[in-house]
Design a protein around this ligand. Structure first.
Ligand code: AMP
Length: 546
């Protein structure tokens, strides 16, 4: 029987709004602590309840400044309590929080600000010189808010209409009712890193953000609970710190924000002093932390679990974390266009009887789709490929927290038959575990065959003398492209080209072997901590043609 219209359910139709998360957290986990390393250097601590009060003061202040529904308010800030207040104060009141990456150049920031038509910009005191540099080029900003106290306001500045955050919110009461509106309304705006062309804006909705927060806290995903102390090392300007500013309050956990101090020593000391149990970040951050802990013979007393993503977690790093430090590693994959979480790694019960090596192979995959994310792999003609763990193709995704179009329709129609093309190349095995072979822009096309660079980098990084490695395709007279390995040695270690190439033998097919190795002091890293392979390709374009 096919009824004309379905029988409707009779449950309350309450919109999913992010203000509800903080309201819930303050009411049910009001005493959960939020500890922040301020850019001034000291530690600030307060509770979820106080965060809720101050977020409501901010909402009143923004209203008094004339900020209305849907208008954009930008932030340029490290991870900290004032930034968290902005997450809720701005979005909760119906305006849109636009988090900007302070590692971008002044011209890029001005472009993004103008494109977003930001009305106000809130920034950490350390970014004053940067804001002074691009503010003259911002055409829509009515006022700038320095996220600090009156004592931190500069005596002289070229910025017109500079307001003080603490004065502003102290001038307003916390008597504010979060407005109720359509859950599909815009909540936050984040621009893609834009390695080619101009950055594009991804406009998350309240609904997509709340659903992503629910899903990401699940046991098979980040497994956040009220007994955790969570330190988001991943910045709040990098895809909403992977949703942690939402999933942690709804779980009632304690939060620890590292501010600008992201070096190994500072992160280690804060983890120890605050009892951090769970953290999240890109591999380059963990490199600093692990080097520091190893050099000083330190162990973690409370740190038990971490999610690593943003780029592939090198197996050597995963092994060190698990074997040397007893830290469980969850390999996560996602992208700005996916809010960002798409898959997370982990073992199924049937994997528990496998050997350690076999288990590691599974953990190193980018993992299983999170409920809410559907994925498939297709060939160049769009034909779906089997889930056999061997066939690789373009990874396509769809789901309620995945972008449907970019802000202001930049780039036109992005979906293909309702699926978002991720630009990643991957396999999916029979159990649904996805493994990224490469970014399609990075994959090396040698004599018509594909060579995945992540595998080659992982092998290089398993060598004890290698600190970092990037594999790139460079033009070759006969094969179109061949792999070139760019390597940073560990301090004090000697390593020659032949020794490293010998280390590859037996680990990959002969034709996958890098044609050459160059040693560098550092690798170029972009605003979100990823190695910029496009810059390396430019630098070494002539390397095999000489
Ligand atoms: P972004 O939007 O800047 O976060 O970049 C998203 C891209 O980062 C993805 O499309 C992948 O190419 C890459 N990425 C993210 N997580 C991983 C991972 N665990 N392994 C490999 N690549 C990753």
């Amino acid at each position: 029987m096919h009824p004309q219209s379905p029988l409707m359910g009779q449950m309350m139709n309450q919109p999913l709004l992010v203000s509800g998360i903080l309201e819930f957290a303050a009411r049910h986990y009001g005493s959960s602590e939020i500890v922040s390393r301020r850019v001034e250097g000291d530690l600030h601590r307060y509770t979820m309840r106080e965060c809720h009060q101050r977020a409501r003061r901010l909402a009143n202040a923004l209203h008094a400044l004339g900020v209305r529904m849907g208008e954009r308010v930008a932030t340029l800030a490290w991870n900290g309590y004032r930034h968290l207040e902005a997450y809720y104060g701005v979005s909760g009141s119906g305006a849109v929080l636009h988090t900007m990456n302070p590692r971008l150049h002044a011209e890029q920031l001005a472009y993004i600000c103008n494109h977003a038509e930001d009305q106000f910009l809130m920034f950490d005191v350390c970014f004053l010189p940067l804001v002074e540099a691009f503010a003259p080029h911002c055409t829509t900003i009515k006022g700038y808010i320095l996220m600090g106290s009156a004592a931190q306001m500069p005596a002289h500045t070229s910025i017109d209409n500079l307001l003080c955050y603490e004065e502003l919110i102290n001038a307003h009461s916390d008597d504010f009712q979060w407005p109720q509106f359509d859950e599909n309304a815009a909540c936050t705006l984040c621009y893609t890193s834009g390695t080619t062309g101009n950055p594009k804006g991804v406009l998350y909705s309240h609904r997509s953000t709340v659903l992503h927060a629910y899903a990401s806290a699940l046991p098979n995903v980040l497994n956040v609970s009220s007994r955790d102390t969570v330190m988001p090392v991943v910045p709040m300007f990098h895809v909403n710190a992977w949703g942690l500013p939402y999933s942690v309050p709804l779980s009632g956990a304690k939060m620890v924000f590292p501010g600008a101090a992201l070096d190994g020593k500072s992160v280690y000391e804060l983890m120890e002093s605050e009892g951090v149990t769970f953290s999240a970040g890109v591999p380059t951050v963990w490199l600093g932390l692990l080097n520091y802990a190893t050099e000083h013979g330190l162990k973690f007393s409370t740190f038990r679990r971490t999610v690593i993503g943003g780029s592939a977690c090198p197996p050597a790093m995963m092994n060190t974390l698990i074997d040397q430090f007893g830290v469980e590693v969850i390999h996560g994959w996602g992208m700005t266009e996916m809010s960002p979480l798409g898959t997370t790694g982990g073992l199924l019960s049937k994997h528990l009887k496998l050997s350690r090596e076999e288990q590691r192979k599974i953990l190193q995959k980018q993992g299983h789709a999170i409920y809410g994310v559907d994925m498939k792999i297709v060939d160049d003609d769009g034909k779906e490929l089997p889930w056999d763990g061997v066939s690789y193709g373009h990874l396509m995704v769809r789901g309620p927290w995945i972008v449907a179009r970019y802000f202001k329709d930049e780039g036109g129609d992005v979906l293909q038959d309702g699926w978002f093309p991720t630009g990643d190349v991957s396999t999916i095995d029979a159990d649904g575990f996805m493994q990224i072979t490469d970014r399609s822009k990075d994959v090396i096309k040698s004599g018509g065959e594909w060579i995945g660079t992540i595998d080659l980098e992982n092998i290089a990084m398993a060598h004890t003398a290698v600190l970092q490695a990037a594999c790139i395709g460079v033009p070759h007279p006969k094969w179109d492209e061949r792999p070139l390995l760019v390597v940073v040695r560990r301090p004090g270690q000697t390593l020659e080209r032949e020794q490293l190439l010998a280390h590859f033998e037996g680990k990959v097919a002969k034709w996958w072997l890098p044609d050459d190795v160059v040693f560098a002091e550092t690798l170029p890293v972009g605003g979100t901590g990823k190695i910029q392979k496009n810059r390396l390709r430019e630098q070494y374009r002539q390397h095999l043609l000489k």
